[in-house]
Design a protein around this ligand. Structure first.
Ligand code: ZN
Ligand code: ZN
Length: 362
């Protein structure tokens, strides 16, 4: 640690997973930032669908978490309070407000140097400089988080730290829409009216879509309608059929599946036109039966989407300028001591919950 502007305590509160769906807030040691790392006082951590699966123990085979005890949290914001060797020289100074993210590529491999650090060849090897915070590397659901400077992005004064906690989710939504190569004037279909769907719908609009149709059900669909999107309630009607009916029988130019539940990847293909593109953001259940003959005969493109390479810097000015609304999707806030209540509010969608923030230092 080289610089401090405030007294940093030696211990803090951290959320600790002890087993599948077993967790508690424990006292933990405040980490020291290593070379090219910063220590941040965490302001807000958004709970994400991946956290639900990870906390439930459904990703243990993937090594998420790698074992117990483990601290999750990967969509977060905070303020730099201490810097490791060379971090300040590289522009990450004490007092800088940042949006944090999960992936930290090794920076050396072919994937990293071509900008695809989300696919780093050294994934899973912290000893080779790779981290995936909140997945296999220690996450941010704690009062102080030590992280690589490659995983934090300075934010302008016009952006609040609550908004900054939505940068990670927004940047993934933008990456998904970019993967679908949107052209001006196109019609987008988005499956899932959750945070990812509402953010992807806005990203589609920002990249030039003329219409965005959000397909889903429940309270969140009302939010989608209130935000000005066309909506299809697939609890009352067949989603793909309804999208085709709204597009002269053709289907959307591109579809983003943010739900990844049951048959939605196949629905995404069905509601997309010939020669159209389908982006898959959510982590789908396996195996999923896809209409491969249609994909072949109608030259459809299927895109996997992983995380947010290079797109945090793209969404930050859009959020700061009010062009990408993250406030409407941020519905609840809880202190870390009430994590269990916040988690239940998120998983059971209590009281119209979309994005739930945990604030470890309030
Ligand atoms: Zn996430
Ligand atoms: Zn790499």
């Amino acid at each position: 640690m080289t610089t401090t502007e405030q007294d940093i305590p030696s211990s803090m509160d951290a959320l600790v997973l002890l087993g599948p769906n077993e967790f508690e807030v424990q006292e933990a040691v405040v980490p020291e930032p290593a070379r090219h790392e910063v220590l941040c006082e965490v302001h807000s951590v958004a709970i994400c669908g991946t956290d639900t699966e990870l906390i439930g123990g459904h990703f243990l085979k993937k090594g998420w978490p790698p074992g117990y005890p483990y601290t999750p949290g990967h969509e977060w914001s905070g303020v730099i309070v201490a810097t490791g060797e060379q971090s300040a020289e590289l522009g990450f100074e004490v007092g800088t407000r940042v949006a944090g993210t999960a992936h930290d590529g090794c920076g050396v491999c072919r994937m990293c140097v071509t900008g695809r650090y989300n696919l780093c060849w050294n994934y899973g090897h912290e000893e080779r400089g790779h981290h995936h915070y909140g997945h296999y590397s220690t996450g941010a659901m704690r009062q102080y988080h030590a992280t690589s400077i490659k995983s934090v992005f300075p934010i302008p004064d016009t952006m609040t730290l609550e908004q900054a906690a939505l940068v990670d989710a927004s940047s993934i939504a933008l990456h998904a829409v970019k993967r679908a190569r949107v052209n001006p004037g196109e019609v987008a279909a988005i499956i899932g009216p959750g945070a990812q769907g509402l953010l992807a719908g806005q990203a589609a609009n920002l990249l030039g879509a003329s219409r965005v149709i959000i397909v889903g059900r429940g309270e969140r669909l009302k939010t989608a309608a209130a935000m000005g999107f066309e909506v299809v309630d697939n609890s009352a009607t067949d989603g793909p059929e309804a999208v085709r009916a709204l597009t002269e029988g053709k289907g959307a130019d591109f579809t983003v599946d943010t739900a990844a539940r049951g048959n939605t990847p196949a629905d995404a293909v069905s509601m997309t036109r010939k020669g159209g593109r389908v982006s898959l953001i959510g982590i789908p259940p396996e195996p999923v039966v896809l209409p491969l003959q249609r994909i072949v005969f109608e030259e459809m493109d299927l895109m996997g989407v992983r995380a947010n390479p290079g797109t945090c810097e793209e969404v930050i000015p859009l959020i700061a300028e009010g062009k990408l609304d993250v406030d409407t999707v941020t519905t609840h806030r809880f202190p870390l001591a009430k994590f269990a209540e916040g988690f239940e509010t998120f998983t059971k969608r209590i009281d119209g919950a979309i994005k739930v923030l945990i604030q470890p230092n309030v």
